[in-house]
Design a protein around this ligand. Structure first.
Ligand code: FEO
Ligand code: CA
Ligand code: CA
Ligand code: CA
Length: 623
């Protein structure tokens, strides 16, 4: 009940536009497949062909028509898979090792105290690894020579409940609020692999924290907008509820602000959310952090801080190698509940960013830079400041349209009169444009063959069964994929369903609630989960969250790793040679030491931590 995403999942859907729900579109599309394929059963079966390989493999969608032109498949998956795991520690393939690093509270410099519980001070937490490990990426050090043993890990700290962070449901003083705030944000952590293959923290000036209180700046259409100003005159500070991530071709990290609404609240009994506040889910108590009682920035009813709530919900760029440069909120990418920011280079060298907005019945977005990203940087422009924001409409016939979110679009211009409004209220602009409401878009990733995948984790409010998801509600989610026209820069696409998680239930290799997602350069797809796993209710208790590896070209899928009870597996980063992979165990035991004490060894509460995966034979991860 204290997991913000659980609270978030129980909250009313905020999209009251009458845009056609995605399940309707899917129903129509699957209906068409049923006609083409003969029967409904064969339509579903076409996605889930029984594997001809061992019982340890599971077939997934072998590929829709947009797989044509798939380059030669190098995505071998040779490791020994693990069965569903129900334990209190971790489980990993016999072919791999797993090591725990950087648990919550790990000090980043030698003069910062080691972790103790409850945390000793806000100042200590400000230089210790945060909680709620989520999206991350590894930036090798050592100049142009890619370094596989030494680099900077940028990592998000999405959330930690008050009960878990300082052992009290409500803060009793400002110090506890600041401890909570400093446990959120991001870390930049220098890591080195020693001769024995163990990864260690290097306590150095390069290791640092970015918290809710770190100075930041804004760029793009909303920079300088009155919408982001406070009468209090406070400078922009902080990043919040940092969920998934991205990484740019020019070597920077993108951290994405998701359920920031949950940190605002008020004691004012007369306050009611206005239309835009309601659309972004602001209410009196949020996720019960109560920061507003000691920090007026987070009092949603305080007129002196009326712009503060517009300062969150952005994609934030961090230069791991430049601690002197403030994190920059790139407002051209829109203000939503950003899950991630999957970045690729499209036709003409334009940078393209795909983004999910994780809420029931919210949307999938795309940003395309105005010009070749190298030319823009050479002119002193950020490719993430100038370009076009789009939102996706999925049509019944398998086609799709990217709808422009600017005043060039008459549907948007009918509602808004300036671009700072359009990006700050991107959800409302997308409502007006006619985007397709989806089943909670989480991570996106771009495959080597230009297919884009997006996890639709689940949707508890689905009311009508349909051919694609016969369960109502749909508790297990699915993964959609599409391919854009014109090498990612076009305004149309072809889409299909990659896999329906509910259809994996009867296998030893099933999963539910797909969330984290990463396509490797060989064509493998890594899938992480956050939610209930098989066997699905009303059977016995479901298994723990997990990491699976799929080969979309062959339909094979294998389970590589599972975490402890009541955790989420999230975040993926690799060294350049892909012989080390970092993943995260988030909220083990949901913070309850009675369920697990992962990662074991210190204290009587579980701690979020990063897990290092390496093949025993030194091979590429997933192979
Ligand atoms: Fe932070 Fe929607 O996951
Ligand atoms: Ca979660
Ligand atoms: Ca997620
Ligand atoms: Ca999730």
């Amino acid at each position: 009940m204290h997991d913000p995403e659980t609270i978030h999942d129980d909250a009313p859907a905020t999209n009251t536009s009458d845009n056609r729900p995605f399940d309707d579109v899917l129903k129509a599309r699957m209906g068409r497949r049923a006609v083409l394929g003969g029967t409904l059963g064969s339509a579903i079966g076409a996605f889930l062909v029984a594997s001809p390989a061992t019982a340890a493999t599971r077939a997934v969608a072998a590929g829709p028509k947009n797989q044509a032109g798939n380059p030669s498949n190098k995505a071998t998956i040779g490791f020994t898979p693990i069965p569903l795991y129900f334990g209190t520690d971790v489980s990993v393939s016999d072919d791999y090792t797993s090591d725990v690093i950087i648990p919550w509270g790990t000090p980043l410099s030698s003069d910062t105290p080691d972790w103790s519980y409850p945390p000793t001070s806000a100042a200590a937490q400000a230089d210790q690894v945060g909680i709620g490990h989520d999206g991350m990426w590894f930036f090798p050090l050592g100049g142009p020579q890619e370094n596989n043993d030494h680099g900077l890990l940028c990592i998000n700290h999405e959330f930690g409940t008050n009960k878990h962070v300082f052992d009290d449901d409500e803060p009793q003083n400002a110090e506890q609020v600041t401890i909570s705030q400093n446990a959120h944000g991001c870390s930049v952590i220098e890591l080195m692999r020693d001769d024995s293959g163990q990864w260690q923290v290097v306590q150095s000036d390069r290791s640092r924290r970015i918290t809710v209180n770190t100075p930041v700046e804004f760029s793009g259409p909303a920079a300088g907008s009155p919408l982001l100003m406070n009468a209090a005159g406070n400078e922009p500070q902080g990043t919040l509820n940092n969920c998934a991530n991205g990484y740019t071709p020019w070597g920077t990290y993108l951290t994405c602000e998701e359920n920031y609404n949950g940190y605002f609240g008020t004691e004012d009994p007369d306050w009611e959310p206005n239309e835009t506040q309601g659309r972004y889910g602001f209410d009196e108590i949020g996720f019960e952090y109560y920061w507003h009682r000691y920090d007026p920035r987070f009092d949603v009813a305080n007129p002196d801080y009326a712009g503060e709530l517009h300062r969150f919900g952005w994609v934030v760029e961090i230069d791991p190698n430049r601690p002197d440069v403030k994190p920059v909120k790139r407002t051209a990418l829109g203000r939503v509940k950003h899950e991630g920011a999957a970045t690729t280079v499209g036709r003409g060298g334009r940078v393209v960013v795909y983004m999910g907005d994780d809420e029931r019945f919210d949307y999938i977005y795309k940003f395309v830079s105005e010009d070749n990203y190298k030319s823009m940087i050479a002119k002193g422009q950020s490719p993430l400041d100038h370009g076009t924001l789009y939102v996706a409409r999925f049509n019944d016939d398998g086609s799709g349209d990217w709808l422009e979110l600017s005043l060039n679009n008459p549907d948007v211009a009918a509602v808004f009169s300036s671009m700072d409004e359009v990006v700050t209220f991107a959800r409302l602009a997308a409502d007006a444009a006619g985007a397709t409401p989806m089943d909670r878009p989480e991570w996106t990733t771009v495959a080597i063959n230009e297919d884009v995948y997006c996890t639709l984790t689940n949707n508890s409010r689905r009311t009508e069964p349909n051919a694609a998801n016969p369960q109502a509600p749909n508790p297990n989610g699915h993964i959609i994929r599409w391919r854009d026209a014109d090498h990612h820069v076009g305004t149309t696409f072809e889409w299909d369903i990659f896999i329906l998680a509910s259809e994996t239930e009867d296998t030893d290799h099933g999963f539910g609630s797909p969330d984290g997602l990463w396509a490797d350069p060989d064509g493998r797809l890594f899938i992480e989960t956050d939610g209930r796993q098989p066997p699905f209710p009303p059977a016995e208790e479901g298994a723990n969250d997990q990491l699976l590896v799929a080969n979309p070209a062959t339909g094979e899928i294998r389970r590589l790793f599972s975490g402890p009870k009541d955790c989420e597996i999230t975040g993926i980063a690799v060294t350049p040679d892909r012989r080390t992979m970092f993943i995260n165990v988030q909220h083990p035991g949901n913070g309850d030491g009675g369920k697990t004490l992962f990662p074991y060894g210190v204290g009587d509460v579980p701690r979020d931590a990063t897990v290092v995966l390496q093949r025993k034979d030194g091979g590429i991860i997933g192979s």
